[in-house]
Design a binder for this molecule. Structure first.
Ligand SMILES: [Ca+2]
Ligand SMILES: [Ca+2]
Length: 192
């Protein structure tokens, strides 16, 4: 990267940070968009709203962070899947998506740190779009997401109503579960 490119990048980053700070005040949105467009500059490789759309993640004291994997919060409150999904979004995370064996282990550790182990926790995957085609809440197949180990005999779609994903704690593997049956859940904050 040339010295000029470095300077342009520094200015873009500064403008992004300024626009992110100003974006906390909704009445400043027009100014924020203007600064964001300026931040894109001639290179055009910065999104007009840059960091406003991708604000720096603020670490929360109620999440447990695992370097290089993510941050997790175990909620022992029982909620149906759809409400758990919203609860995670409202605290700035998402219903946990397991992307590796290491991440599964991190989630289990975060749950165990809270004391007694539940039978299962709700996770961010489902087959609500198409029966038996499980996808994450980000629309990826489980294989593409990076973890697709099912507990023995699962997914079994018992009663024809098991469309939401859980982690079964005895096996530390996946199970399909009725979406409307309240269970504890784990939220994830994707931070590295
Ligand atoms: Ca994840
Ligand atoms: Ca099942």
């Amino acid at each position: 990267m040339s010295a000029m490119a470095v300077r342009i990048f520094a200015v873009q980053t500064l403008l992004c940070l300024v626009s992110y700070t100003l974006a906390q005040q909704s009445f400043l949105q027009p100014i924020v968009i203007l600064i964001g467009r300026t931040a894109a500059g001639k290179t055009g490789n910065a999104d007009p709203t840059c960091l406003v759309r991708n604000p720096p993640v603020v670490r929360r004291t109620d999440y447990t962070y695992f370097p290089g994997i993510g941050g997790y919060k175990y909620h022992d409150q029982l909620l149906p899947w759809g409400k758990a999904l919203i609860a995670c979004e409202e605290e700035g995370g998402h219903l946990a998506v397991i992307n590796s064996v290491a991440e599964r282990d991190a989630v289990v550790k975060a749950i165990k740190a809270k004391g007694s182990l539940p039978e299962c926790v709700l996770l961010g995957f489902h087959d609500l779009y198409q029966d038996s085609y499980f996808v994450t809440i980000h629309g990826q197949s489980l294989a593409k997401a990076g973890f697709s180990e099912w507990a023995s005999g699962e997914p079994n779609n018992r009663g024809g109503v098991e469309n939401c994903g859980t982690l079964h704690l005895a096996s530390e593997k996946f199970n399909d579960h009725p979406c409307n049956f309240p269970r504890p859940f784990v939220c994830e904050q994707p931070i590295h």
